[in-house]
Write a protein that binds this ligand. Structure first.
Ligand code: SAH
Length: 272
C-alpha cells in the first residue's frame, strides 16, 4: 500500500524537519500533524480489526478449500489445471445449508434440500476433467441440484446450461448462481431427459443423476467430437461412471469406475 502526502502535509513535515535539533515538538504540536497522526491511528485500527469483522474478513474457508484441492483432487490424480483452479475458486460452502458449511470441503457428498445430494468434490473434478473442456465450449448439465457443478463449469467454459426437475432446487440454485455473479449460466426447471433443444448442440454434457440408459435426445444434442459423461447402471444401487465420445457418428465408450448417484427421475425413470 502506498500513500502520497498532500502539499500541506509535505509542508508541515518540512516545517517539523527544519526545527532546530533542540526544539521539542509535541505529538499534537501542529494541527496538520495531528490530522496525519489521527489518520494513521485510524488506519492501523482498521487493519488490526479487519480480520474480526465478518464482512471484511474475506473467505474463512480459503485454507480448507486449498487443502481439498491439494489432498483430495491433486492427491488422487486430478491434473487439469483449469479444473484445479476452478475448484480452488468456487465457494462450495455457499452451495450447502448453513449447518453443513464446516463440512463443505470434506471429500464426501452432502445432503441438500429435497432429499438430494451435492456430489463429493473428487467426483465433480473427475467428471469435469473427463469431458476435456475448452474455454470456448458450451456445456449442458442435467441435475442442477445445488448449482455447484454448474459454477465449476462456468469458471472454465463460455456458456453453461443446466436443467433441474425439482422446482425448489431449480429456483434456489438459479438465485444463488446469480447472486454469486455467474452471468454465463442459464438454469431451467424441467426434465433434463429431453435436453435443451433451443440452445443445442453442446460440446459436452454432464448427467449428474443415475440412469440405466443414455437418454437419446442428449446424444442427438451432442456435437460431433462432443463428450457426454454419466453414472450409468442401476438407479437404486451403484453405477459406472461412463464417458461417451461422439466420433464421426459413432460412439466411443470408456468406463471410469464405480460411483453412487441419486436417480434420474421423470421420463428416464419410466424407461427403467
Ligand atoms: N450436480 C448437482 C448434484 C446433482 S444431484 C450439484 O452440483 O449439486 C442430482 C440432481 O438431479 C437432483 O437435484 C435431482 O433433482 C436432479 N434430477 C433428477 N432427475 C432429473 C431430470 N430428469 N432432469 C433434471 N434433473 C433431474
Amino acid at each position: 500500500m502506498t500513500f502520497s502526502l498532500t502539499r500541506e502535509e509535505k509542508h508541515a513535515n518540512s516545517n517539523l524537519r527544519s526545527k532546530s535539533p533542540g526544539a521539542s515538538v509535541g505529538i499534537f504540536g501542529s494541527c496538520k500533524f495531528q490530522r496525519t497522526s489521527l489518520f494513521t491511528i485510524l488506519l492501523l485500527l482498521l487493519i488490526l480489526l479487519t480480520p474480526f469483522h465478518p464482512l471484511l474478513a474475506g473467505d474463512p474457508f480459503e485454507e480448507k478449500r486449498q487443502t481439498m484441492v491439494e489432498r483430495d483432487l491433486k492427491g488422487r490424480g486430478i491434473k487439469d489445471p483449469r479444473v484445479l483452479e476452478a475448484m480452488g475458486r468456487v465457494f462450495r460452502h455457499l452451495f450447502v445449508g448453513e449447518s453443513k458449511r464446516e463440512q463443505a470441503y470434506g471429500d464426501y457428498p452432502l445432503p441438500i434440500a429435497e432429499g438430494q445430494t451435492i456430489s463429493q468434490p473428487y467426483v465433480v473434478a473427475l467428471m469435469t476433467e473427463a469431458v476435456t473442456l475448452k474455454p470456448t465450449d458450451r456445456v449442458l448439465e442435467i441435475g442442477t441440484g445445488s448449482g455447484y457443478q454448474a459454477a465449476v463449469l462456468a469458471e472454465i467454459v463460455k456458456e453453461v446450461y443446466t436443467i433441474e426437475i425439482r422446482k425448489p432446487l431449480a429456483e434456489t440454485a438459479s438465485k444463488r448462481l446469480t447472486q454469486l455473479g455467474y452471468k454465463n449460466v442459464r438454469t431451467k426447471y424441467g426434465d433434463g431427459y429431453f435436453g435443451w433443444e433451443e440452445v443445442a448442440p453442446f460440446d459436452a454434457i454432464l448427467i449428474t443423476a443415475a440412469t440405466n440408459h443414455i437418454p437419446p435426445p442428449l446424444l442427438q444434442q451432442l456435437n460431433e467430437g462432443g463428450r457426454l459423461i454419466l453414472p450409468l447402471g442401476s438407479t437404486t444401487f451403484h453405477q459406472t461412471l461412463t464417458l461417451i465420445t461422439k466420433e464421426k457418428g459413432d460412439l466411443r465408450v470408456q468406463e471410469m469406475g464405480g460411483v453412487i448417484f441419486v436417480p434420474l427421475v421423470g421420463e428416464g425413470e419410466k424407461k427403467r
